[in-house]
Design a protein around this ligand. Structure first.
Ligand code: GDR
Length: 326
């Protein structure tokens, strides 16, 4: 029997990669999209991966519980992946209430809809390393206490504990992936890695002069989104639901990532990098480094793409995009 998967956040980076993974495994994939009166569904990421024509889209909104119950009843999913969120940390200080509604209450709503309309379905919640925030252990694992540092992280923490609570309260097969930063050529341009590779490509082609960044001393554990969606799927194939850290175990400064990207493009960062105090955040997460031992042990998961390989792929993709435009 063909398995059916419902993905919220299908238009984002992870939605596109996950849709491809599931389609390649023979799933019927339905993506939930927010209706908008001003334009088509932004399906460019799915098109880039060549899967847009194979994904069924259904209108839905995480803020409307009765709508979600209807969506889940119609789709009859075996697996539900909740990837939708207001996911840009910096914006969460500008729009804290919206972030809480979509990222926190939205996750509760979809959990509730699954409990009502498809209680046997397996559920995945996209939790975040941002929940560790002001880190309580130098290397973060599943048992490390959380200390969120942004409205986004506070909202993700609510969604995370709601997932745990629905598992414990109702016996739902609900799992949560505590995903550290993961990037790709499909990363939104507002996130730092893609901003770096996009700007490096523009500078290389003479279309820009400067790369303006905020805190380049911040350290992150960066992996490739294609590797990380594989971990999501593996979690839902386990007999018992659980929570897993998904990370590479290596941490790198933003500054070093700039050097890697610029070296790949044949550029000298010192000639272009400008520090802009306006890009610093009200509260920063200085350093994150995950310990993926549990995912390795239980899921047989490991990352395959290194930071250097990923940044090279991103710079090359941005150069190709910009070149084909002109
Ligand atoms: P993050 O990703 O906040 O870790 O959350 P982001 O790439 O936005 O920032 C990483 C670090 O880089 C510093 N930084 C800048 N960031 C951006 N975006 N733009 C800049 O100009 C800049 N200069 C320095 C930031 O201060 C930060 O320390 C991402 C998101 O995808 C979340 O949704 C997800 O949950 C986590 O990763 C895991």
């Amino acid at each position: 029997m063909t398995r059916s998967a419902l993905i919220t956040g299908i238009t984002g980076q992870d939605g596109a990669y996950l849709a491809k993974l599931l389609l390649d495994k023979g799933y019927r994939v339905t993506g939930m999209v927010r209706r908008s009166s001003h334009g088509d569904v932004p399906d460019h990421r799915m098109r880039w991966l060549g899967v847009a024509d194979r994904v069924a889209l259904i209108d839905g909104n995480l803020l409307d519980l009765s709508n979600l119950v209807r969506v889940v009843s119609d789709v009859k999913p075996d697996e539900v992946y909740n990837l939708a969120a207001q996911s840009f940390v910096a914006t969460s200080w500008q729009q804290p209430s919206l972030t809480a509604q979509v990222t926190a209450v939205g996750a509760l709503n979809i959990l509730e809809a699954v409990r009502i309309a498809a209680p046997q379905a397996r559920f995945y919640q996209a939790s975040s390393s941002e929940m560790y925030g002001k880190i309580q252990e130098p290397v973060q694992k599943e048992t490390t206490p959380f200390y969120p540092r942004s409205p986004y992280a506070v909202a993700k923490l609510f969604a995370h504990w709601s997932t745990v609570n629905y598992r414990e309260s109702f016996g739902m097969h609900a799992s949560s992936g505590i995903m550290f930063n993961h990037e790709s050529p499909l990363r939104g341009i507002e996130f730092v890695t893609r901003k770096i590779t996009w700007t490096a490509a523009r500078i290389k082609l003479g279309l820009a002069e400067e790369l303006r960044l905020g805190n380049i001393d911040a350290k992150r554990d960066w992996g490739h989104a294609r590797d990380y969606v594989r971990a999501m799927w593996l979690m839902l194939q386990q007999e018992t639901p659980d929570d897993y850290v998904v990370a590479t175990g290596r941490t790198t400064t933003v500054r070093r990532t700039v050097e890697i990207a610029f070296a790949h493009a044949g550029l000298d960062p010192d000639k272009h990098l400008v520090i802009d105090p306006a890009l610093f955040r009200p509260a920063e997460v200085d350093v994150l480094r995950g310990d993926p031992s549990k995912a390795r042990r239980r899921l047989g998961w490991d990352h395959e793409v290194s930071l250097e390989e990923m940044i090279a792929e991103m710079v090359d993709a941005d150069l190709a995009r910009l070149t084909s435009r002109t």
